[in-house]
Design a binder for this molecule. Structure first.
Ligand code: PHE
Length: 476
């Protein structure tokens, strides 16, 4: 039953500043950095993609994240409530965010499940036959049953963490396990770089070749920036709503953006040199990390086994600290707007997500419905990464720039003048004018060029869903 108008209850706050930064960085750093960034860079030609991605992260990503933190803390509400409490007509932006959360959780746990599955796979001898690692991955993800069980196990972990509430579960998980992951990635990168022929990989990753750039590559870079930084759907609004008034938002944003980007680049540095040394194709696709990393460690004997195990434990944890934030967006909407108890909200959201994941997982074995020749897994990925997040981010900026009051924003970001932010004017103009126009142009050009590969129709579908959500959102 919709209650719609729940008065602001005292909110659970983040235990400490570090706890918040680590939790927000935990949301940002995930499969997006370690699984998606390397293969997307590989498929989009390497260096030039990376450069455009970095430019988007610095100019658009930083600004949008600061905007989300400011909106969240200003309104002290989760994603739908924060728009609704300002202006009912804007609640559609929040609903689009909740929908994006659902859609991403329609495939994210599938990949989270792969990472989890690789822990016992490696422990039980996957590395003994390095030549078979690639085939074994292909066989595993297209199996109708195995990945589903791992996806279910992964979702249960999410349910347990999110049921406990933010400072009980999410914060602790982030604080302990993020630094561990960073260390393991450094080990992987050092090992990769020590291989003969590794230099070609670095060159691929960092030497831009602009002849490979078209509007689809630019959209992929924009989508990657939004996805990797957890932006455009209110995850950071929800997290910001729990943030204490005295924290410095600008500094926090800088730290989260910095960590996220460092991990993505580190993952690239870990993956590409090894790939080139192994003579693999840079455009190897979603299996990249699941094939390259085990192969890299296979030649290192017992030590390699240990590192490989730690890597996949770390990857699972990184995925978890991200997916709990996706689940939290949907859950806090159900709690605040629909009056549900936390446990009921977590369980109902997870049931829907599990059902979507079943279709997503089966589609990788060629089973199940297709749309324009694209399977369910790819549809969810395309809808969210290429359209929903960027368009959501655009609306968040328009809301902040055109609906909120400049003075209120300045007070929120500078903690009533106590924190200096000399670039406030620049940030404000970026958010009000530049980012909405830039995102619209990149999205339109990318969608048009997507028609060549048949993906354009699915992206148009995303726009139709967004449009109809906007129209019916008052009833939700
Ligand atoms: N940023 C997360 C990752 O890189 C994914 C995510 C997207 C999380 C959007 C929350 C919101 O894996």
């Amino acid at each position: 039953m919709a209650t719609g108008n729940i008065t602001a209850a005292p909110r659970d706050n983040w235990g400490s500043k570090l706890g918040f930064v680590m939790a927000a960085a935990g949301s940002a750093v995930g499969l997006g950095n370690i699984w998606k960034f390397p293969y997307t860079a590989g498929e989009n030609g390497g260096g030039a993609f990376v450069l455009i991605y970095l430019a988007f992260v610095i100019v658009i990503g930083f600004s949008v994240m600061l905007t989300e933190f400011a909106i969240g803390r200003h309104t002290s509400r989760s994603v739908v409530g924060s728009f609704k409490s300002t202006d009912k007509r804007w609640s559609f932006v929040g609903i689009i965010g909740v929908l994006s959360g659902l859609l991403i959780m329609g495939f994210y746990p599938v990949v989270g499940g792969w990472a989890l599955a690789y822990v016992p796979k490696i422990a039980t001898g996957l590395l003994d036959t390095p030549e078979a690692i690639g085939d074994s991955f292909g066989g595993f993800i297209s199996d109708p049953v195995q990945p589903l069980l791992w996806m279910a196990a992964y979702l249960v972990l999410n349910i347990v963490i999110v049921s406990k509430g933010i400072s009980g579960g999410i914060e602790k998980a982030g604080k302990i396990l993020m630094p561990l992951l960073f260390l393991i990635l450094i080990v992987v990168a050092v090992k990769g770089l020590s291989l003969p022929g590794a230099g070609a990989g670095l060159e691929f990753l960092f030497k831009p070749d602009f002849s490979k750039v078209d509007s689809h590559v630019v959209l992929a870079a924009l989508g990657q920036a939004f996805f990797s930084l957890s932006l455009g759907m209110g995850a950071m609004i929800t997290y910001g709503s729990y943030l204490k008034k005295k924290e410095n938002l600008v500094q926090t944003t800088g730290m989260v953006v910095g960590m996220d980007t460092a991990v993505a680049l580190l993952a690239g540095i870990a993956m590409f040199p090894a790939m080139f040394a192994f003579n693999m194709e840079p455009a190897a696709g979603p299996g990249l990390v699941f094939v390259v990393v085990p192969q890299l460690f296979a030649e290192m004997g017992h030590v390699g086994l240990l590192f490989a195990l730690m890597f996949f434990v770390g990857l699972t944890v990184a995925a978890l600290t991200s997916s709990v934030s996706l689940l939290e967006v949907v859950v806090s909407y159900l709690i605040e707007e629909k009056g549900m108890k936390r446990v009921t909200a977590v369980l109902s959201a997870s049931c829907v997500m599990a059902a979507m994941c079943v279709f997503a997982s089966l589609s990788l074995g060629g089973v199940g419905p297709k749309l324009f020749d694209t399977g369910v897994f790819d549809i969810f990925d395309l809808l969210t990464d290429k359209v929903f997040l960027a368009v959501g981010g655009m609306f968040i900026c328009i809301f902040a720039g055109w609906r909120l009051n400049r003075i209120d924003l300045e007070k929120e970001i500078t903690n009533n003048g106590k924190v200096s932010f000399p670039l406030f004017g620049l940030w404000y103009n970026l958010v009000k004018y530049v980012i909405p126009v830039a995102v619209a142009v990149v999205a339109c050009a990318g969608i048009l060029s997507g028609f060549e590969s048949g993906k354009g129709a699915i992206m148009i579908l995303a726009l139709v869903i967004i449009g109809s959500t906007a129209l019916i959102s008052k009833k939700l």
